[in-house]
Write a protein that binds this ligand. Sequence first.
Ligand code: IPE
Ligand code: IPE
Ligand code: MG
Length: 246
Amino acid sequence: MNLTDKINKDNLPKHLAIIMDGNGRWAKQKGLMRAFGHENGTKSVRITVETCAKLGIENLTLYAFSTENWNRPKLEVDTLMRLLISSLKKELDTLQKNNIRLNCIGNITMLPDSAKKELLAVMEKTKNNTRMTLTLALSYGSREELLNAVKTICDKVKNNIISIDALDESIINQHLYTHNLPDVDLVIRTSGEHRISNFLLWQIAYAEFYFTDVLWPDFKEDDLYEAIISYQKRERRFGKTSEQIK
Ligand code: IPE
Ligand code: IPE
Ligand code: MG
């Protein structure tokens, strides 16, 4: 029996978010430069995107570059930006063929102009695609996102656009980069690290977590299926009792 046969298509995560980690260690294990790890990581991105679309997952968010990753050596940051540009160019066809819309979250004003231009171009070209929304978290930090939301909301309160009494969770949601996405159902982190690293702190309030030791460049279809199968075995109670759920 294939692993896919074990997946219940009626109980897929509506929003899957992945912390793609372990590229550097993958390269090091092979005696290669970190850049090779990042390059091979892009293959796992393609496989994951296509597999999610095929399965029927509507929203996939990939943590590609954090606000903290700007503190890496310049050479590595440059490599990552170059890879982003070349992947966007290379994958436009795949996105169109699979009817996938590209979206991004994060402070993209920080990206080099060439990367920003390519990103916005692919987003524009794929904006009417409907099968899946692929969101790239680029120069993304959850605390920065929340801080910006707080600032904008305060400004609106000050200018009587929103009253304090009307403030609720949905207003906060509307001011996040993820305003057009549902809450995250499942977070996968590869490479054996068990932390969130400033990713979608608000949006994961009731997400399920799946950690695997597999390093990102080794993450393939079956690893994704395993994660979804694990997710489907869980009972999500949202504070209720088990009896109430059944
Ligand atoms: C994930 O792999 C890619 C990014 C964070 C950009 P890493 O580069 O973090 O790989 P490790 O954690 O050093 O192995
Ligand atoms: C998180 O990975 C960010 C991305 C996957 C883009 P890191 O490798 O940067 O996280 P830490 O520093 O180990 O927590
Ligand atoms: Mg890492």
